[in-house]
Design a protein around this ligand. Structure first.
Ligand SMILES: Nc1ncnc2c1ncn2[C@@H]1O[C@H](COP(=O)(O)OP(=O)(O)OP(=O)(O)O)[C@@H](O)[C@H]1O
Ligand SMILES: [Mg+2]
Length: 321
């Protein structure tokens, strides 16, 4: 049994303009100690998927359907109180912006301490403070600075604090959402090294959400590719790099760019559809050079190709097509 098993997960935002289907029937597994990269263009639903895994999507968003099994427990079914116990202790998040994780009016160490005291009441105060300092040291910050405020740290250091905070209650699964966005190249490399250590030294399972294709392929064993709310391909990094199957993945790899919101830089013709009114059938069909009639009316399911490891959602690979 996988540590994290996501089955047919769908999540939407119910806005005045209509329903934004940000995550549609997404299924994947994350093994113990595994690092899985999640890539896709801006607005395709990566953060919504990450937040869904912690049941943290804010209104007007909600999970519509599906299961999120962690250690055999379906957390979609948990009541809020039970979910609060799972969050931090079992699954935690390094958010898209460290600034949003940290309260500017409280010392960083107190914020980490608060999380420990709330979720691990069995730990005595002195022991918890020791843990805060150790966590800060682990991410490369002098533990004696635990009473310093967020504004006293650089952007890269704040990101390290956010990582220490995500580790506060010894989670098994960490969702890292664009942990390096907005940092300079050197600081990015340091933060990436730190995330890699989470896996290597602490044995954590990590979902690495990123625009940075090069970074994700360099550090993750497997890659999941998302397009307009759907996972369109998932497989071992080497297989995806050497033999990308989905036309979208092929486009991403050949454009060899960082997938930021500057759509003008992508070499895939067309743009990501609005998720309020996505095109019927395969959402990629208007941009696909291989599309057939069926692609305009039916949504292809993610299916194994040759072996179970590599899966693609494209009619082109379905039997008899
Ligand atoms: N609070 C919200 N209310 C309404 N729609 C939202 C909200 N948050 C996200 N969305 C919509 O959901 C879709 C997915 O957004 P999401 O933030 O998950 O994308 P993303 O892949 O993380 O993008 P990025 O790479 O820019 O971070 C988008 O169409 C977005 O406009
Ligand atoms: Mg995002």
């Amino acid at each position: 049994m996988s540590l994290l098993e996501v089955k047919e997960l769908s999540a939407s935002f119910y806005t005045k303009e209509g329903r934004v289907k940000a995550v549609e029937q997404v299924s994947f597994c994350l093994e113990k100690g595994e690092m899985l990269g999640l890539i896709g263009e801006s607005g395709c639903g990566k953060s919504t998927l990450g937040l869904s895994l912690l049941r943290l999507i804010e209104k007007p968003g909600r999970i519509d359907a599906g299961n999120i099994m962690i250690d055999g427990v379906d957390i979609v079914q948990l009541k809020q109180e039970a979910m609060r116990k799972v969050r931090w202790k079992t699954i935690s998040m390094i958010p898209q912006s460290a600034m949003s994780a940290l309260n500017p009016t409280a010392p960083i160490g107190k914020q980490i301490l608060e999380a420990i005291e709330l979720h691990m009441p069995e730990i005595k105060k002195q022991q918890a403070i020791k843990k805060v300092k150790e966590l800060l040291e682990w991410v490369g910050i002098d533990g004696d600075r635990w009473l310093h405020y967020p504004h006293e740290f650089s952007g890269g250091m704040k990101q390290r604090v956010a990582i220490a905070m995500a580790l506060a209650c010894d989670p098994k699964v960490v969702i890292s959402d664009e942990a390096t966005t907005g940092l300079d190249v050197l600081t990015q490399a340091q933060v990436i090294h730190l995330i890699k250590r989470l896996q290597a030294e602490l044995g954590l399972s990590i979902l690495v959400i990123s625009h940075d294709l090069a970074m994700v392929t360099a550090i993750c064993e497997r890659i999941a590719v998302m397009y307009a709310g759907h996972l369109v391909e998932i497989g071992p990094t080497q297989k995806i790099l050497c033999n990308p199957l989905h036309p979208y993945t092929r486009g991403l790899l050949s454009s060899n760019i960082s997938l930021d919101s500057d759509g003008a830089r992508t070499s895939i013709p067309g743009s990501v559809p609005r998720l309020i009114n996505p095109p019927p059938g395969c959402h990629f069909h208007p941009r696909c050079s291989q599309g057939k009639d069926i692609c305009k009316v039916s949504i292809p399911r993610l299916r194994p190709v040759k072996d179970n490891e590599h899966q693609v959602a494209c009619f082109f690979y379905e039997e008899g097509f």
